[in-house]
Design a protein around this ligand. Structure first.
Ligand SMILES: NC(=O)c1ccc[n+]([C@@H]2O[C@H](COP(=O)([O-])OP(=O)(O)OC[C@H]3O[C@@H](n4cnc5c(N)ncnc54)[C@H](OP(=O)(O)O)[C@@H]3O)[C@@H](O)[C@H]2O)c1
Length: 216
């Protein structure tokens, strides 16, 4: 499958690398078609990897990942373009973190809204699925880094899109039984809000290789 990965940070790189590893063709998108980090990534991965603008990566992808800074995701997706996202599964892994008051960050959007919902509202014809935002980028693509069984969440308004994303997540190493479907995109309020607890756990445990297990 051809996949567009919007974002040149740690998350974009981890996801794009894994996607090529499992057999997809990936174009990494940035504000700048010649972005150095994207060039370095494409050069190191070789076959199956390419780079371009956000618009070029979104147009290339049959499915698109949003791995941009949460506070800038709507702007980045605007640059990707509504037409390029139309009818496509848009996997949103972003968190809206506001670092303006220093560390730890606060949530830029929360409680009665979420970034996932804002993206779905702004791009109503994209099929937004929120997932992976509750784990560190290395764990996203290698869940075995955390010992034992632990859970991942998906939410979104389009059932078919969630099924497609669950299959991709399986190829990343997540087992179906550990993927919890939280329902519509509104549930992103919860998974984005969880990041405050995740940051406290990171601080307390001293490792980003952590996750939670939901016990019934
Ligand atoms: N780090 C993690 O382990 C982790 C875990 C869970 C979720 N997340 C979430 O995943 C997302 C990516 O995180 P990250 O640490 O890899 O990267 P990041 O530094 O948060 O974001 C980098 C990307 O954001 C784009 N960007 C920044 N400002 C922009 C602007 N004003 N307009 C348009 N695009 C802009 C950059 O574009 P250019 O390429 O043009 O510079 C770059 O592609 C974030 O939302 C983060 O909260 C991260």
């Amino acid at each position: 499958m051809r996949i567009g990965v919007l974002g040149t940070g740690m998350v974009g790189k981890a996801i794009a690398t894994k996607l090529v590893e499992v057999g997809h063709e990936v174009r990494m998108g940035s504000r700048d078609a010649a972005n150095e980090k994207a060039a370095e990534w494409a050069g190191s991965v070789g076959e199956g990897a390419s780079q371009g603008t956000f618009a070029a990566a979104a147009a290339f992808g049959e499915l698109v990942f949003n791995c941009t800074a949460g506070e800038a995701s709507l702007d980045a997706l605007e640059l990707a373009g509504e037409e390029a996202l139309r009818d496509k599964v848009l996997v949103d892994v972003s968190n809206s973190l506001d670092f303006s008051q220093g560390m730890p960050p606060s949530l830029g959007v929360c409680n009665t809204d979420s970034l996932g919902e804002q993206i779905q509202r702004r791009f109503p014809e994209a099929r937004v699925v929120k997932t992976l935002n509750t784990v560190n980028n290395e764990v996203m693509v290698d869940p075995g880094l955390v010992a034992g069984d632990h859970d991942l969440f998906v939410c979104g308004d389009d059932e078919g899109a969630k099924a497609e994303v669950a299959a991709l997540l399986e190829s990343f190493g997540w087992s179906r039984e550990r993927i919890i479907d939280l329902g519509g995109i509104r549930a992103a309020r919860g998974t984005e809000g969880y990041v405050l607890l995740w940051l406290a756990l990171l601080n307390s445990l001293g490792t980003a290789h952590l996750n939670i297990r939901v016990v019934r």
